[in-house]
Design a protein around this ligand. Structure first.
Ligand SMILES: NC(=O)c1ccc[n+]([C@@H]2O[C@H](COP(=O)([O-])OP(=O)(O)OC[C@H]3O[C@@H](n4cnc5c(N)ncnc54)[C@H](O)[C@@H]3O)[C@@H](O)[C@H]2O)c1
Length: 353
């Protein structure tokens, strides 16, 4: 079997992590890069040795040599490009969020079904080493049943601007951009329980605060602070049918003293923190133990997690194994995220049945 030929669609900030990881995988070969911005595509093609560049993703999909694509474009294009790629016979790794609406998510799921191709959702945190270590403890039942999880991903200053702040292209603010990661991670580690109801609040109180000086933050490739119609804070309480609950809050900006990333899970035999650092809490011989695994990356390591994610994708493409972040999980996350927005708009809890 020869190398798996890859096309990367969208050559902005996050494409760098995909391209680096494909380059680091001996079974993958970067064949083509596409971006609306021709120079950006050409720059990445030159850097990563891709033979062809395109500005229209349909041309890249017509390239018969390409086996699989990474979709690293704005959220409003994920569904359209993923469906076209699947229908063109390509395997797909699509960045999070899967898309913008539940309707789109179901259409993508249908395209996966009819094409028989693989679609992996870019839930990169599932692939992090600290997550993988903890998952083994959870799967073996050492923490018992997880009945409560709590996640915060609070930026005091970090609206990435450009399309991220344009609801038509992003679908929303920190909830759909950051919340998707932390909600997914908790839900995945809780054993993907069925959602019973969602209650949420979103706020647009501080704007993008582009006036603030001397503090740097992540920016879209085409940074532009002139437009901003997304929330700056979201919180939610998610109830599950098994009685478990998840509380989450996320922000692009907030008058917080410092940025915060905490992800905690509590079970009836033990608890765990993944962020800010992997730790396991348990009780033995009437004594509480805080256990610290001895691993290289106790916290999320961006480069290592992306390498794991891409290696996993290539392995699934080549072997036919199922991915650990399949389309059905992307659909479920879209249901949760959209329910938080709906709950906030309607000022009431949204029931899933
Ligand atoms: N997994 C993560 O941790 C992570 C981190 C950042 C971004 N992302 C996701 O990656 C995606 C891209 O984000 P980014 O930060 O790289 O944004 P970006 O603005 O830096 O880059 C997006 C690129 O896509 C191009 N593009 C948009 N529509 C296109 C189309 N139809 N055809 C070809 N090119 C098109 C733009 O020209 C731009 O160069 C988003 O979905 C975002 O949510 C994921």
């Amino acid at each position: 079997m020869g190398t798996t030929k890859i096309g990367v669609i969208g050559a902005g900030s996050i494409s760098e992590s995909h391209l680096k990881a494909y380059r680091g995988n001996p079974d993958a070969e970067i064949a083509a890069i596409c971006d609306l911005n021709r120079e950006r595509a050409a720059r990445q093609a030159e850097k990563y040795g891709a033979a062809r560049t395109y500005t229209d993703y349909r041309e890249l999909l017509a390239d018969r040599e390409i086996d699989a694509v990474s979709i690293c474009t704005w959220n409003n294009t994920h569904a359209e490009i993923a469906i076209a790629a699947l229908d063109a016979g390509k395997h797909v790794l699509v960045e999070k969020p899967l898309c913008q609406t539940v309707g789109q998510a179901l259409q993508v799921e249908e395209a996966v079904r009819r094409s028989g191709k693989l679609l992996q959702v870019g839930f990169v945190r599932r692939y992090a080493d600290n997550t993988r270590v903890l998952k083994q403890f959870l799967d073996s039942g050492e923490l018992g049943e997880i009945y409560y999880a709590k996640a915060s991903c609070l930026r005091r200053l970090g609206n990435p601007g450009g399309w991220f702040a344009d609801k038509a292209r992003s679908g929303g603010g920190p909830l759909i951009d950051l919340g998707v990661h932390v909600i997914d991670l908790c839900w995945y580690l809780m054993g993907r329980p069925k959602v019973k109801s969602v209650s949420g609040n979103t706020y647009r109180r501080l704007g993008n605060r582009s006036n603030v000086k001397n503090l740097s933050f992540y920016k879209a490739a085409d940074y532009d602070a002139s437009r901003n119609d997304v929330e700056d804070l979201a919180n939610a309480l998610i109830r599950f049918e098994n009685g478990a609950s998840l509380m989450v809050d996320v922000s692009f900006t907030l008058h917080a003293k410092q940025d915060e990333l905490t992800i905690k899970l509590y079970g009836d035999k033990g608890g765990a923190e993944i962020e800010p650092e992997l730790a396991i809490v348990t009780e033995k011989h009437d004594t509480i133990l805080n256990v610290q695994p001895q691993v290289d990356n106790l916290s999320f390591d961006f480069g290592a997690a992306f390498q794991n994610e891409i290696d996993g994708f290539i392995d699934c493409v080549r072997s036919g194994k199922p991915t650990i972040s399949p389309v059905k999980d992307g659909v479920e996350l879209m249901k949760i995220l959209c329910a938080v927005y709906e709950s906030s708009e309607q000022g009431r809890e949204i029931s899933f049945h």
